[in-house]
Design a protein around this ligand. Structure first.
Ligand code: ANZ
Ligand code: ZN
Length: 855
C-alpha cells in the first residue's frame, strides 16, 4: 500500500499556490471583504509547534471564508523592534538589525512550510525605515492635534545602569539585569493623550459583540471609571491654598479621621524642604517602584506632617495631615481623606497610628449606637448616622446630598475620574523608532520637518556602556535647529514598541503607500479587521492602544473607522508534559522514552520524573520543534492535531499519540480515496435516483456533514469539525460498491471531504482533489452546499424510562402523536416485563425524545 507522500505533495502545492498568486488580495467591490489577522509575532528566534496554533487558526478561517466567496485579506509581518534584540547585541555582539532580520528569515521559512495562506506580498517589518517613518509623521500630527505632549513624570531609575526601566523590568524593587535597587526619578517624557478618549473607549466596548466578555471586562477595569467628588480641605495655618482630594464616598465625610497626601505631592516636597525626617520618609517611599502593584503590596506607612485642615461640614473640627505611601500621585488629585470605618486601608492606617474610627453608615437592622467597626471595615449599604444633614439617608442619596452641599458651599464639585493614565511612549532604548523632535536652546522643542523624515537610527552603535546607545553616539544626536539653524540636539528617546503594533493592521491594507503609512480608501475598504486572533496576554495594552490609535488617526484625518477589530478570538495554549531527571534538570521530550509504563532517559536508561502539563516553553524544555514534526509527519498532520480535541480558546495538549493519530487518519483518508476496492465513476456523474439503503444513508451523511461543518466553522468549533470529518470518513469506508448508487456516492463523499478538510489540511486536500480528476485548484473551489431535504431525519429514537431508569429505546416516525408513542412504548417487551401486568400510574410523553413511566 502506497503511503501518502507528504514531502513531495506539500512542497508542490505550496509552489503552485505561490505561482498562481492564490492568496494575494486585491481590493474589489464584487464580493464582500473579509480581513483576518493573527497578532504578528516578535521575531525572537525559532518557532516551536506551540507557537503556530494561532496562525493555523487564522488560516482555517481565511481559507474557509475565501471558499465561501469572501474577498479575503490575510497578511503577515513582524513586530520587529524591542529589547531582546538589544540584549542579544550585548550578549553575543551581534547588531540588533542583523539578529532581527536573521530571525525574520528563519521564522518566515517556518511559516511557509506550514502552508499558511498569507498574502506575502504585503509582508512588513516594523524596524524598516519605510515602516517607521510613517509613525514619525503620525506622531507629529498627534503633536499638532494636541494628542501628544511632554511632561515630567516619575520613572523607575536604575542607578547602576543609569537608565530608565519599564515597570515590567522591575522585579521586587530591583532592576532585572544587574539587580540593583531601583529608584524613582522625575524625567521629561513623551505621552499620548489616551485619557482624552477614556469615555469613548469605554462606551465603544459595548459595540464589540464579537469580543470575549472577559477581555471587555478587563479593558473596562483598566479604564476604571469612578464617579465621586473633588473637594478642598482648608488649612488651619492660614495658607490660602487648600488640599484637594478625590473621593468616591463623600457620604462618609462625617467619619473622616485624617487627610493624606502622596509622597510625590508638591506639598510633600515643600514640607520636606524644612523637615529632614520627612525628606527621609519620602526617599524611603520612592525606593519601591512606581507601579501600582508595587505600591499596593507594600506595607502602609505614614508620616504626620503637623499640618491640620478643617472639616468641610463640621464647624471647629480639624483633621491631621499625613504623607502616606499608599496614595498615588497620578490618580485623582494625589490626596485623600481617610474614613477608617468604611475603608479597609484607612482602617489599617488608623489602627497603626491611633486615629479615631467612627462608623457613619449603619447596616440595615443594626443598632446605630451599638454598631462599631473592629478589624474589618464596613463597606456595604446602610443608613447614615452621626452625620448631620445626611442622617437617615441611604448611601446613594447621601453621596448626592453631600456632593450638592460641597458645590453649594464652594468647597468642591462632583466629578468622574478614570484609572486610565496617558500613555508614556518614551523609551531610553536604541532598537525602536526615534521620536522625531529636536531640542533647541533658543526655540525649545522643534518637530523634525517632513522633508527630513524619516529620522533613521544610526547603524554604528556600541552597547559597551550601560544606558541608551543613541545618547552615547558620537554625532548622531547633534544637528541644526530646523527653525533657527543653530546647533541643537535630537531627542534620543525612541517609541515604546506598542507604537508600531498600534497601526500595522492599517499598513497591511496598502503596504507600499509612501506618504502617510496607508491609503485612506484602502483602510476604509478593509478595516475593521473582521477576525483578530491572538493571546489573552494582549487583552489590555495592545488592544487598548490600538483602539485609541485608530481613534487618534481618525481625528487626524487618516481613516474613517473607530474600532480596529470587529471580532476577537483569544486562543488557548499548547501544553506538553514536562520531564525531569534525578538532579531536577529539565529534559526535552525527545530525550525521554516510555518503557514498561516507566519513563526513562533514552541514552542512559535512568528513571525520569514525569511532571505536570505546562505551556510549551523553552525554559521547561517541554517544546516540540516545528521542523521536527513537519519533517516526520508533514504540515497537514500538525495542523490537523492543532485543530483537534480542544476548542480554540482552550488549552490543547500536544502528545506523541495525538500526532500519530492525526497522521494515521490522513493516511486512512488517502487510501479511501486512492485505493477504493471498486471503481469510481468519472467526475460529474449524476447520482442515480434508485439507490440502496446503505447508499441512501451515506448520501444523507455527506449532506449532514457539509451542513454541520459549515456551521461549526462559522462558530470556530474547529475540534467538532475534525470529529465530523472523521465520522464521515468512517461512514464512507463502509461502502463496498455492491448496492445501487454506492460508487457515485463515494465519489461525491470524497469530493465533499476534500472541501471540508481543505481549510485544515490544505495540501492533502488539494492532492486528493487533483487525484479525483479535477484540473482546477481546490483553493479556488466554492464551498459546497447541501440539500436541506437530505439533512432532516424522518425517524427519531425515543428513550423509555420507568421510575427514572432507562429500560428501552424505540425508533418511531418523527413527530408521531403522543398517544401513538405511548401505545408503542407500553407494548415494548422490556417495559411489559418490568410493569408485570400492572397498569402504570402515570405516563409522560415528550415527543421525539422520551417517555417517562411512573410505575
Ligand atoms: C474617602 C473614602 C471613604 C474613600 C471610604 C473610600 C471609602 P476608586 O474606586 O478606585 O476610584 N483614593 C483617591 N485618590 C487616591 C489616590 N491618589 N491614591 C490612593 N487612593 C486614592 O477609589 C477611590 C477611593 O480611593 C477614594 O474614595 C479615595 O478614598 C481613594 F469609606 O475617599 B475614598
Ligand atoms: Zn532654534
Amino acid at each position: 500500500m502506497a503511503r501518502y507522500n507528504f514531502r513531495e505533495t506539500e512542497a508542490k502545492w505550496q509552489a503552485i499556490w505561490q505561482e498562481r498568486r492564490s492568496f494575494v488580495a486585491v481590493q474589489r467591490s464584487d464580493r464582500p471583504k473579509y480581513y483576518v489577522l493573527e497578532m504578528f509575532p516578535y521575531p525572537s528566534g525559532r518557532l516551536h509547534i506551540g507557537h503556530v496554533r494561532n496562525y493555523t487558526l487564522g488560516d482555517v478561517v481565511a481559507r474557509f471564508k475565501r471558499a465561501q466567496g469572501f474577498n479575503v485579506l490575510h497578511p503577515m509581518g513582524w513586530d520587529a523592534f524591542g529589547l531582546p534584540a538589544e540584549n542579544a547585541a550585548i550578549a553575543h555582539k551581534v547588531h540588533p538589525a542583523v539578529w532581527t532580520y536573521d530571525n525574520i528569515r528563519v521564522m518566515g521559512e517556518q511559516l511557509r512550510i506550514m502552508g499558511l495562506a498569507y498574502d506575502w506580498t504585503r509582508e512588513v517589518a516594523t524596524c524598516a525605515p519605510e515602516y517607521y517613518r510613517h509613525e514619525q509623521k503620525m506622531f507629529l500630527d498627534f503633536l499638532k492635534a494636541g494628542l501628544a505632549y511632554r511632561k515630567e513624570s516619575l520613572v523607575n531609575w536604575d542607578p547602576v545602569e543609569n537608565t530608565v526601566l519599564a515597570n515590567e523590568q522591575v522585579i521586587d524593587g530591583r532592576g532585572w539585569r544587574p539587580g540593583a535597587p531601583v529608584e524613582k526619578r522625575q524625567l521629561c517624557q513623551w505621552f499620548l493623550r489616551i485619557t482624552d478618549f477614556a469615555e469613548e473607549l469605554l462606551d465603544g466596548l459595548k459595540t464589540l459583540e464579537r469580543w470575549p466578555d472577559k477581555v471587555r471586562v478587563m479593558q473596562e477595569n483598566w479604564i476604571g471609571r469612578s464617579s465621586g467628588a473633588r473637594l478642598s480641605f482648608r488649612r488651619t495655618d492660614g495658607v490660602a491654598e487648600g488640599i484637594e482630594v478625590f473621593t468616591t464616598r463623600p457620604d462618609t465625610l462625617y467619619g473622616a479621621a485624617f487627610v493624606a497626601i502622596s509622597p510625590n505631592h508638591p506639598l510633600a516636597a515643600s514640607l520636606a524642604a524644612g523637615n529632614p525626617a520627612l525628606a527621609g520618609f519620602i526617599a524611603e517611599c520612592n525606593r519601591i517602584g512606581t507601579s501600582e502593584a508595587a505600591i499596593e503590596t507594600a506595607e502602609k506607612n505614614g508620616f504626620e506632617t503637623g499640618l491640620t485642615v478643617r472639616h468641610p461640614f463640621v464647624e471647629g473640627a480639624v483633621l491631621p495631615v499625613y504623607v502616606a505611601n499608599f496614595v498615588l500621585m497620578d490618580y485623582g488629585t494625589g490626596a485623600i481623606f481617610g474614613c477608617p470605618a468604611h475603608d479597609q486601608r484607612d482602617l489599617d492606617f488608623a489602627r497603626k497610628y491611633g486615629l479615631p474610627v467612627k462608623a457613619v453608615v449603619i447596616p440595615d437592622g443594626a443598632d446605630a449606637d451599638a454598631f462599631s467597626v473592629g478589624t474589618e471595615a464596613y463597606t456595604g449599604p446602610g443608613t447614615l448616622r452621626h452625620s448631620g444633614f445626611l442622617d437617615g439617608l441611604d448611601v446613594e442619596s447621601a453621596k448626592q446630598s453631600a456632593g450638592e452641599r460641597l458645590e453649594q458651599t464652594g468647597q468642591g464639585r462632583r466629578t468622574t475620574v478614570y484609572r486610565l493614565r496617558d500613555w508614556g511612549v518614551s523609551r531610553q532604548r536604541y532598537w525602536g523608532c526615534p521620536i522625531p523632535v529636536i531640542h533647541c536652546a533658543e526655540c525649545g522643542i522643534v518637530p523634525v520637518p517632513d522633508s527630513q523624515l524619516p529620522v533613521r537610527l544610526p547603524e554604528d552603535v556600541s552597547f559597551d556602556k550601560p544606558g541608551n546607545p543613541l545618547e552615547h553616539h558620537p554625532n548622531w544626536k547633534h544637528t541644526a535647529c530646523p527653525t533657527c539653524g543653530k546647533p541643537a540636539v535630537r531627542e534620543t528617546d525612541t517609541f515604546d514598541t506598542f507604537f508600531e503594533s498600534s497601526w500595522y493592521f492599517a499598513r497591511f491594507t496598502s503596504p507600499g503607500e509612501a506618504t502617510r503609512g496607508f491609503d485612506s480608501a484602502a483602510a476604509d475598504y478593509w478595516l475593521p479587521v473582521d477576525q483578530y486572533i491572538g493571546g489573552i496576554e494582549h487583552a489590555v495594552l495592545h488592544l487598548l492602544y490600538s483602539r485609541f490609535f485608530t481613534r487618534a488617526l481618525k481625528r487626524c484625518g487618516y481613516l474613517a473607522v473607530e474600532e480596529p477589530f470587529a471580532g476577537l478570538m483569544t486562543q488557548g495554549m499548547v501544553t506538553h508534559q514536562t520531564y525531569k531527571d534525578a538532579e531536577g534538570g529539565w529534559l526535552y521530550p525527545e530525550e525521554v522514552e516510555e518503557k514498561d509504563g516507566r519513563a526513562v532517559n533514552i541514552d542512559t536508561g535512568a528513571p525520569v520524573a514525569v511532571g505536570r502539563l505546562e505551556k510549551m516553553s523553552k525554559s521547561k524544555k517541554n517544546v516540540v520543534g516545528l521542523e521536527k514534526v513537519v519533517d516526520a509527519y508533514g504540515a497537514d498532520t500538525a495542523r490537523l492535531l492543532l485543530m483537534s480535541d480542544s476548542p480554540p480558546e482552550r488549552d490543547l495538549e500536544w502528545t506523541e499519540s495525538g500526532i500519530d493519530g492525526a497522521w494515521r487518519f490522513l493516511n486512512r483518508l488517502w487510501r479511501l480515496a486512492t485505493e477504493s476496492p471498486f471503481a469510481l465513476p468519472p467526475a460529474g456523474t449524476p447520482i442515480p435516483a434508485v439507490r440502496s439503503a446503505k447508499a441512501e444513508a451515506a448520501l444523507r451523511a455527506v449532506h449532514k456533514a457539509v451542513a454541520a461543518v459549515t456551521e461549526d466553522l462559522q462558530k470556530f468549533h474547529f475540534n467538532k469539525v475534525v470529529a465530523r470529518i472523521r465520522e464521515l470518513t468512517n461512514t464512507l469506508a463502509e461502502l463496498d460498491g455492491s448496492g445501487a448508487g454506492e460508487a457515485e456516492i463515494l465519489r461525491v463523499g470524497l469530493e465533499a471531504l476534500c472541501s471540508l478538510i481543505g481549510p485544515i489540511a490544505p495540501h492533502i486536500a488539494e492532492e486528493l482533489w487533483h487525484s479525483l480528476g479535477h484540473d482546477g485548484l481546490l483553493a479556488d473551489r466554492p464551498w459546497p452546499g447541501f440539500d436541506p431535504a437530505l439533512i432532516t431525519d424522518d425517524s427519531v429514537t425515543v428513550a423509555i424510562q420507568i421510575n427514572g431508569k432507562l429500560r428501552a429505546t424505540i425508533t418511531v416516525a418523527r413527530d408521531l402523536a403522543a398517544s401513538e408513542i405511548e401505545r408503542i412504548a407500553l407494548a415494548e417487551p422490556a417495559v411489559v416485563r418490568v410493569l408485570q401486568d400492572k397498569p402504570p400510574r402515570k405516563v409522560i410523553v415528550v415527543p421525539n425524545r422520551i417517555v417517562n413511566i411512573v410505575a
